[in-house]
Design a protein around this ligand. Structure first.
Ligand code: KE4
Length: 436
């Protein structure tokens, strides 16, 4: 049976062996280890446009795009120029800069629910800080999240978590004291009634409900009609804050994130990935009265040596300047739709059940007979077919996430020729998967 064990070339193998000597598992983030796929990861030499290049000189059409940030593709000239110019002025000051204000202004004008915003260094930090702020603003302790959703690796969120936790089948991490995990309640995604029941039971104890408005860490799962609206109403009724974790969807599904498309106004929003253009930058923001609890204005503490780092801010501003161009998301979304139509046609020809989903410039697929709506149904996908499909796509020069619990992404650099090449590869890879 086709598998990924022979994909890495000799130089990748040597490099990964060296990595394993000094870095746990050879990776700085577990999902990169290919544990679910098998084999060892490719070690990357460079990225250019829509392509990744591994140490053995092989090129791949990249649909991981650093897990979402690279909406312009790799090494976009405008981003590289902005980084070079910023570096020439000094890489960090630990003091206010005008560029941070410009980025904060762009983010708040794009997402009007964010009246103020704080820049941080990772999505984990953004979500962790947003939860602490919600607890400070409400004086309450409990938080509700959703099975299969992932909000970074802060203790409070390593309960029924998606992404790398799901990939490694460790949705509840070691090292998180039960007393801490006890403050987190996880409900099924797309089940607003379950949240209402929890809020009614723990009346006045729930500080926040945090949700990925489009779930991208159990594969791509779209919100059912009424789900987010139900969360909004329940939070308002019970005095809990609604936090939209748009680290993945922010400036990925559209300029104003999913909240602009669905019309639901959260109290706090977390952003990341695209807003840093591939550099370590994230943000959290929301209602001015809530943000006023943050030090130095209020008693809720959050800090960071490199928060608002000039290089990361420069890369973010350059990226968002391109995204802000008229028709940017419409063109990218339409081109991605052509990819999904081609994949659907290939699946139909092959006679294999493939569930495809798209949200703006992100997409997902499940080898399942019925649409996937939550963590339980995501786990029912035909994983052996997924493994063969992905292995065969790598073999044909297409780079997909090495986990069945991730979303896929698209970029300005992906051409129609890339779309056609991907569909050709998929036709053969699906035929191989069909045989499982
Ligand atoms: P980071 O701390 O990894 O920057 O962001 C955490 C995070 C928060 N919220 C959402 C919705 C996210 O998707 C993420 C991180 N996403 C994963 C991939 N699905 C990061 C990849 C990794 O862990 O290596």
């Amino acid at each position: 049976m086709s598998d990924a064990t022979s994909l890495a070339g000799p130089r990748s193998r040597r490099a990964f062996a060296a990595a394993c000597q000094w870095i746990p598992g050879g990776v700085n983030s577990p999902v990169r280890a290919w544990k679910r796929l098998g084999g060892q990861p490719l070690v990357i030499a460079a990225g250019r446009g829509s392509r990744l290049h591994d140490l053995d000189g092989r090129a791949y059409i990249d649909y991981v795009l650093s897990w979402g940030p690279l909406i312009l593709g790799h090494a976009h000239p405008r981003v590289v120029r902005a980084l070079s110019a910023a570096a020439e002025r000094g890489v960090s000051f630990g003091a206010p800069t005008e560029a941070e204000t410009r980025l904060a202004s762009v983010l708040c004008q794009a997402l009007p629910s964010m009246e103020q915003v704080r820049l941080v260094n990772s999505g984990t930090e953004a979500c962790m800080s947003a939860l602490r702020l919600a607890r400070a603003a409400t004086g309450r302790r409990l938080v509700i999240k959703f099975d299969g959703c992932y909000h970074g690796h802060a203790d409070a969120f390593l309960v029924a978590a998606g992404s790398g936790c799901a990939t490694l089948a460790t949705p509840d991490s070691a090292g998180v004291p039960p007393e801490i995990a006890a403050y987190t309640i996880s409900c099924p995604y797309n089940d607003a009634a379950a949240v209402e029941a929890v809020l009614a039971r723990y009346r006045r104890e729930v500080a926040a409900v945090i949700v990925e408005p489009v779930a991208g860490n159990m594969g791509l799962v779209l919100p059912r009609r009424g789900f987010l609206e139900g969360l909004r109403a329940a939070c308002t009724a019970h005095g809990a804050l609604l936090i939209f974790d748009e680290v993945m969807t922010g400036f990925r599904v559209g300029w104003g994130g999913w909240q602009q498309l669905c019309g639901v106004r959260p109290d706090l929003t977390c952003l990341g990935k695209v807003i840093g253009g591939g550099l370590p930058l994230a943000a959290y923001g929301g209602r001015r009265d809530v943000m006023a609890h943050l030090a130095p204005l209020g008693p809720c503490y959050q800090a960071g040596t490199l928060s608002g780092n000039p290089l990361a801010v420069a890369a973010g501003l350059a990226t968002l300047a391109v995204c802000a161009r008229a028709g940017f998301y419409q063109r990218l979304t339409a081109r991605l739709a052509r990819l999904l139509a081609g994949l659907q046609a290939a699946a139909a020809t092959t006679g294999i059940a493939l569930q495809l989903a798209q949200a703006g410039t992100m997409w997902g697929y499940f080898f399942a007979d019925a649409p996937v709506t939550d963590w339980a149904s995501a786990q029912r996908q035909h994983e052996a077919r997924w493994r063969v499909f992905v292995s065969e796509m790598y073999r044909r020069g297409v780079y997909l996430a090495p986990s069945p619990y991730e979303a896929a992404f698209f970029s300005l650099a992906h051409s129609l020729a890339d779309v056609r090449a991907t569909c050709r590869a998929a036709a053969e890879a699906l035929a191989a998967a069909r045989a499982v």
